[in-house]
Write a protein that binds this ligand. Structure first.
Ligand code: PMP
Length: 344
């Protein structure tokens, strides 16, 4: 039986919500990872390894790169912030698709640079032609998001190669692959492989999604050591805590088990998309652990109705545009489908 908890609004008791609003992994940490986190409790009076040496080495080994090719941060959002701090400032332009990850304009503005938002094309895909056309002498950084949050489609290798051929080598390209482990389309770009071909490319990845460590905050960027060195010098000292470092290392050790869970989420995505189509939703091809429901003007109303259900179904609305809904456990996804069916 679900446990009742105090309601968020007023005094009414409510069931715990079905939280599909943050693209989290629906599964809790593996026992081996939880144990690694727990063991750090006894050491909480000590600072973590300031340079996270083992974590950099382990991520490097995982990618087949030297440790100097990696810069870790408190989540990939922090790692991306350090990239922008290192490479962009007042008078510079940073190009990215829009709508995409909400942090891009914020992180750009923090550096004093100007965000240049290029509207997505058909089906929530990047319009790479328009993005290449937006490059000016002031462009310093371009951020690509594959799969794109919140719309779902990923970039194909061939289109990324054609795009990169049009980007001057003085411009840094950051490929944000926060959801790369959920990709199943073989034509989608593999940022790691692309790094070998492009010296002005960085990839950003995270332990928050496929590895299920969103609450601990570990992510990284990787690329040529010469590109990474200035990023590392922007990292706040001790920014990845000891439990987070230990959990990330334990997760790399438990790779196979974790990727089995990713497989479950992908299987659920493949089940949910046709079920949504039956309910009348035309979903852009999702390659991450979330789907985009283009509800347009009805977005706020539908998201509100879902939140009013008991238990509440929480999605991420973008008023006037649509809703991003994470793929959860089979039970959570069934609840979502039933809820969407009931409020139409
Ligand atoms: N990039 C994208 C595209 C994301 O959707 C997110 C999280 N929503 C992040 C980066 C940041 O994730 P984290 O900081 O947890 O690594």
């Amino acid at each position: 039986m679900p446990r009742y908890v105090p309601g968020a609004r007023g005094s009414a008791e409510r069931l715990p919500p079905i939280k599909l609003s943050s693209n989290e992994n629906p599964y809790p940490p593996l026992p081996s990872v939880a144990q690694a986190i727990g063991a750090q409790g006894q050491l909480a009076h000590l600072y973590p390894d300031m340079f996270a040496v083992e974590l950099h080495e382990r991520i490097g080994a995982f990618l087949g790169l030297p440790a100097a090719s990696v810069a870790v941060g408190g989540g990939s959002v922090a790692a991306l912030q350090h990239v922008l701090q290192a490479y962009a400032g007042p008078g510079d332009e940073v190009i990215f698709a829009w709508r995409s990850f909400e942090a891009y304009p914020i992180l750009t503005q923090i550096t004093g640079a100007t965000p240049v938002q290029v509207p997505l094309g058909q089906d929530g895909r990047h319009d790479l032609d328009a993005m290449a056309g937006a490059i000016t002498d002031a462009t310093r950084v371009i951020v690509l998001c594959s799969p794109n949050n919140p719309t779902g489609p990923a970039l194909r290798s061939a289109e990324v190669e054609a795009f990169l051929a049009r980007v001057p080598s003085r411009v840094l390209v950051g490929l944000d692959e926060a959801y790369v482990e959920f990709v199943r389309d073989p034509d989608v770009v593999d940022g790691r492989a692309a790094l070998d071909r492009h010296r002005n490319l960085l990839i950003a990845r995270t332990f928050s999604k496929a590895y299920g460590l969103a609450g601990l905050r570990v992510g990284y960027v990787a690329g040529d050591p010469e590109l990474i060195a200035p990023v590392r010098s922007c990292v706040t000292p001790f920014s990845v805590s000891a439990p987070a470092q230990a959990a990330a290392i334990a997760s790399l050790d438990a790779q196979d088990e974790l990727l089995e869970r990713v497989e479950l989420v992908v299987a659920e995505r493949e089940r949910v998309v046709p079920a949504l189509a039956e309910l009348g939703w035309d979903v852009p091809e999702p390659q991450g652990n979330f789907v985009w429901l283009a509800a347009g003007e009805r977005t706020a109303q539908i998201a509100g109705a879902l939140a009013d259900l008991e238990p509440a179904v929480l999605v991420r609305p973008f008023a006037g545009e649509g809703m991003r809904v994470s793929i959860g456990t089979p039970e959570q996804n069934d609840a979502l489908l039933a809820a969407l069916g009931s409020i139409r």
